[in-house]
Design a protein. Structure first.
Length: 317
C-alpha cells in the first residue's frame, strides 16, 4: 500500500453517547466540529500544532491521539510511516462527555484514509474497528464516523464492532449545557457497580427500545424513553450539579440526560410548529434558564444541529 497524497484535511463532529438508557450503544452526532490537517514530511518525526480546546493540555508528539490513530491505520493496511505535521483546530470541549477522544481517533483514521492511494482499504467497517480498539467502546465512534443517530454493538466471539444509523425524526432538536469543569471518563465509569438489579436491567431494556421509536418516529415519547437506571443514578455523587439540572429539566417536561460520561447535560428537545407546520422553537425554549435554579453558574448553552454527515477527509490541492 502506498500513499497517494501528502496533504489532507478532515472534519469530525462532537457526539453524545448513551442518550439515557442506551448505555454504551446509542449515540448522536452534533454540529460542533474539530478540523484537522496533516502534511506528510520528507523527514521523520512529528510536529503538532493545536488551537482551541485542549491547546494547553494535549500531547504534542507521537502520543497525540490523532497521530496514534493515523499511525495505527497506516500500519493496519501496510502503508509506509512518514513524518507528520498535524494541525488541530479544536472546538469540541475536552473531558465533558461530548466525544472529543472519539473525534480525535476517528479523525486520525480518516486522515490516514485520505492519504492512501487506495482509500477503500480503510472502509467504514475497518475505521470503526480501529476506533473501537483505541476507544474501548463504539458508542461515540459510530456517530462520529457515520453521522446522525446510531446504534452500535459488539458481535461474535471476537467482539467485532458494528453500527447502524437510525432515521432521525426531524423534530428532534439537541441542546447541550456544558459546565466549566472537566470530569474524566475513567472517574465517571469508576463509580458504576459491577452488577445491577435484574428489575433495573429489564426496565432499561424496555426504555432503550422505546427510545429507538421516539428518536425515529415518536418524539412525543422522548421524555419517558430517556429514563435510565444503569448509570446516571450511580454518578450523582461525582456530578451533582449535572444531575440536578437533568432533574430540573425533566420536571419541566424536557427529555434531559447526562451526555456520555458527563458532566455535560444533553436535552433532546422537540421542535414546536405553528399551524402551517413552520418551526417556531422547541419545548426547551425558556425552560433551561428556569431550570438553572440551585445549579452552579459557569455553564454554556449550545444549540447545535444534528450532524447528518459524520466525519470526512479529503486531499488538499
Amino acid at each position: 500500500m502506498r500513499l497517494g497524497h501528502h496533504h489532507v484535511r478532515a472534519r469530525v463532529p462532537a457526539t453524545s453517547a448513551n442518550l439515557g438508557p442506551g448505555f454504551d450503544a446509542l449515540g448522536l452526532a452534533l454540529g460542533l466540529h474539530d478540523d484537522l490537517e496533516v502534511r506528510a514530511l520528507g523527514s521523520p518525526g512529528v510536529v503538532v500544532d493545536v488551537t482551541g480546546e485542549g491547546a494547553d493540555s494535549v500531547p504534542r508528539g507521537e502520543d497525540h491521539l490523532v497521530v496514534r490513530a493515523l499511525r495505527l491505520a497506516l500500519d493496519h493496511v501496510g502503508a509506509p510511516q512518514t513524518g507528520l505535521h498535524l494541525t488541530c483546530t479544536n472546538r469540541i470541549p475536552h473531558g465533558r462527555g461530548l466525544g472529543s477522544s472519539a473525534a480525535a481517533a476517528v479523525g486520525g483514521l480518516l486522515l490516514a484514509r485520505a492519504l492512501l492511494a487506495d482509500p477503500e482499504a480503510l472502509d467504514d467497517e475497518t475505521v470503526l474497528g480501529l476506533a473501537t480498539e483505541l476507544e474501548g467502546h463504539p458508542d461515540n465512534a459510530a456517530p462520529a464516523l457515520l453521522g446522525g443517530a446510531t446504534i452500535a454493538w459488539l458481535e461474535g466471539t471476537d467482539e467485532r464492532p458494528r453500527a447502524v444509523r437510525l432515521d432521525l425524526h426531524p423534530d428532534v432538536a439537541p441542546l447541550v449545557v456544558v459546565p466549566a469543569t472537566e470530569l474524566s471518563t475513567r472517574r465517571a465509569r469508576g463509580v458504576l457497580p459491577a452488577s445491577v438489579p435484574h428489575g433495573d436491567a429489564a426496565r432499561q431494556a424496555g426504555r432503550a427500545a422505546l427510545l429507538v421509536e421516539a428518536l425515529s418516529r415518536r418524539p412525543d415519547l422522548l421524555l419517558p424513553a430517556t429514563s435510565d437506571w444503569l448509570h446516571q443514578p450511580y454518578r450523582r455523587d461525582v456530578m451533582p450539579d449535572s444531575l440536578a439540572l437533568v432533574d430540573a429539566l425533566r420536571a419541566h417536561g424536557v427529555a434531559a440526560v447526562v451526555s456520555g460520561a458527563g458532566p455535560t447535560v444533553l436535552a433532546l428537545a422537540r421542535v414546536r410548529r405553528d399551524a402551517a407546520g413552520t418551526a417556531v422553537g422547541t419545548d426547551a425554549d425558556g425552560v433551561v434558564d428556569d431550570a438553572f435554579g440551585g445549579v452552579m453558574g459557569g455553564w454554556t448553552v449550545l444549540r447545535p444541529d444534528v450532524d447528518l454527515d459524520g466525519g470526512s477527509a479529503w486531499p488538499v490541492g
